[in-house]
Design a protein around this ligand. Structure first.
Ligand SMILES: [Zn+2]
Length: 450
């Protein structure tokens, strides 16, 4: 039975030295710090860290990332960006979605993400009709995960309306729409997969897009161990519209009408008040933050400092994929708090004063919870890990406890060297073995689309 031997390894409670371990059926086993390397051990001389969880992705949006940075209107906003996104959506085929997803999943793996929650709402043909197999698009993104080797929580999205109070959907949304029964059938069709790297969850696009009856019916009908994701309060307009409709803010409505719990991942809970923050913390719902996308779209800054002070949970996602860098997401998450509060070192706790160490480990564990997996390097958890190249002078001179701060706050290159998912090596020396073919397919796809 193969053993690995890591000179330095980040356990859930901190750095350990000389760690022997095994991978049995894709999971960590027999983790033994302070061991001696044995003759046939696979030696991991570079520091070993848990893979990061990317808790929010719309894979297809990678095709338009960076193309909405030209001012067309002094009032450019999230909503004008959304019009551009709908223009792309109108054209995409399942083959193109597969190519884009392969490409972005390889980028994620290279960045150190080993798990992605794919918030999948592009379901139907261009005319809004279901494909012969209604799961065609969902299978495109799932097959891309299998092909590239990343772990994936597939979140087929229920989307039925264009605005609060069940307003009819508009023309740009035709490819997203389901009635409840068709949505439940799609979930059932996708649920037979048997792969340690794949699972699935319940997903509501937003409170704008579904009714209370739909939410309660899905929670009733679908497995209770599945996670539940929703876009909740990304924009002030969404909060105002929700107040006009229900006299309640979005998180407050969800908590009072449905009931928050630790199954929920509240993506972009950007605009919350103190009582909503209290409800999120009390319920242990996970806040899904996508710092670079939220900055790109001009969303606002979530009060993460207060959430952490209340013992709440959060993780990171790359959402629209304007950035695929774990370090940049963590840095911007912290820097948003600093800029707003005009203070330094905001996100940490009394046990872990290093912001880099604290946020990295927190985003791994809380992000994993948002995918209904136990993540981090511990026995029984799926063997997702990355090896950092610390030969660069700033990293080479650092102590293990400083590596994550050096990487997250002061690296100008990506030090992720090797990446393993469920014990399978998917990135070696920064490269994926299908990279050339996947890049060629992406180039071809972009040529067709743009
Ligand atoms: Zn999103």
């Amino acid at each position: 039975m193969t053993y690995y031997f890591a000179d330095h390894l980040l356990l859930t409670n901190g750095w350990a030295k000389q760690v022997r371990f095994q991978v049995i059926n894709g999971r960590f086993a027999n983790l033994q710090p302070d061991s001696q390397m044995q003759q046939h051990d696979i030696h991991l001389s570079k520091p070993v860290l848990p893979g990061m969880v990317n808790l929010h992705s719309h894979a297809f949006q990678r095709a338009m990332a960076g193309l909405a940075e030209v001012s067309l209107n002094p009032a450019d906003s999230f909503w004008s960006w959304r019009d551009l996104m709908y223009g792309l959506v109108a054209k995409l085929t399942p083959e193109q979605v597969y190519s884009i997803a392969n490409f972005v999943y390889v980028e994620m793996l290279q960045a150190g993400y080993t798990q992605v929650a794919e918030f999948h709402y592009l379901h139907h043909q261009a005319n809004g009709q279901a494909f012969d197999n209604p799961a065609t698009m969902a299978l495109s993104v799932r097959q891309a995960a299998q092909n590239t080797g990343i772990g994936q929580t597939l979140l087929p999205v229920l989307y039925s309306y264009s605005g609060f109070g069940s307003q009819p959907a508009n023309a740009g949304q035709q490819r997203f729409l389901h009635i409840l029964d068709d949505y439940l059938r799609l979930q059932e069709d996708l649920s037979s997969v048997q792969d340690l790297r794949l699972n699935q969850g319940i997903c509501f696009h937003s409170l704008r897009a579904v009714s209370k009856h739909q939410i309660t019916s899905c929670l009733e009908a679908l497995p209770k161990h599945w996670p539940v994701h929703i876009h909740i309060a990304e924009q002030q307009k969404e909060v105002h519209d929700c107040l006009a409709w229900s006299q309640q803010r979005p998180v407050a409505w969800l908590d009072q009408e449905i009931g928050l719990s630790d199954r929920w991942c509240l993506v972009h809970a950007t605009h919350v008040d103190a009582s909503e923050l209290e409800a999120i913390s009390r319920s242990q719902a996970i806040v899904g933050l996508c710092p670079t996308t939220e900055a790109n779209l001009g969303d606002g800054i979530f009060p993460a400092t207060e959430l952490i002070a209340r013992g709440g949970r959060l993780g990171i996602g790359s959402d629209s994929h304007v950035c695929l860098s774990v370090a940049e997401e963590i840095r911007l998450l912290e820097y948003g708090q600093r800029l707003e509060q005009q203070q330094r070192n905001r996100l940490y706790n009394q046990h872990e004063p290093s912001v880099g160490n604290y946020l990295y480990q927190k985003c791994v564990s809380d992000g994993g919870a948002s995918c209904a997996i136990n993540s981090g390097i511990a026995e029984g958890n799926r063997a997702d890990f990355i090896c950092l190249d610390v030969s660069y002078p700033t990293l080479a001179s650092a102590q293990p406890e400083q590596w994550l701060d050096r990487w997250c706050f002061a690296s100008n290159h990506n030090p992720v060297n090797d990446v393993y998912v469920a014990g399978n090596q998917v990135i070696k020396d920064g490269q994926h073995k299908q990279q050339d073919a996947i890049h060629a397919a992406m180039s071809q796809c972009l040529k067709q689309l743009l």
